[in-house]
Design a protein around this ligand. Sequence first.
Ligand SMILES: [Zn+2]
Length: 80
Amino acid sequence: MATSATSRLIPTGYCWCGCGKETGIGSFFLPGHDKIAESAVILVEYGGVPRFLQDNGYGPGGKNPRTELEEWRKSGRRER
Ligand SMILES: [Zn+2]
């Protein structure tokens, strides 16, 4: 199973949040379910957004999330 950050991700036809429902062709998530999955993983793995930010090099003294987002958008929204 490919889990590398550089591997290409392919939708499976079922929502990746874990709800078990089918998605449209080419979609990873049902509408809004990406945020459910994101919040769940951040809480379970990091305990909250501050730790999530700090452990990924953001926050006070680190990278600025808003600036990084602007640069990511300008760069063509590449997948990481
Ligand atoms: Zn779902």
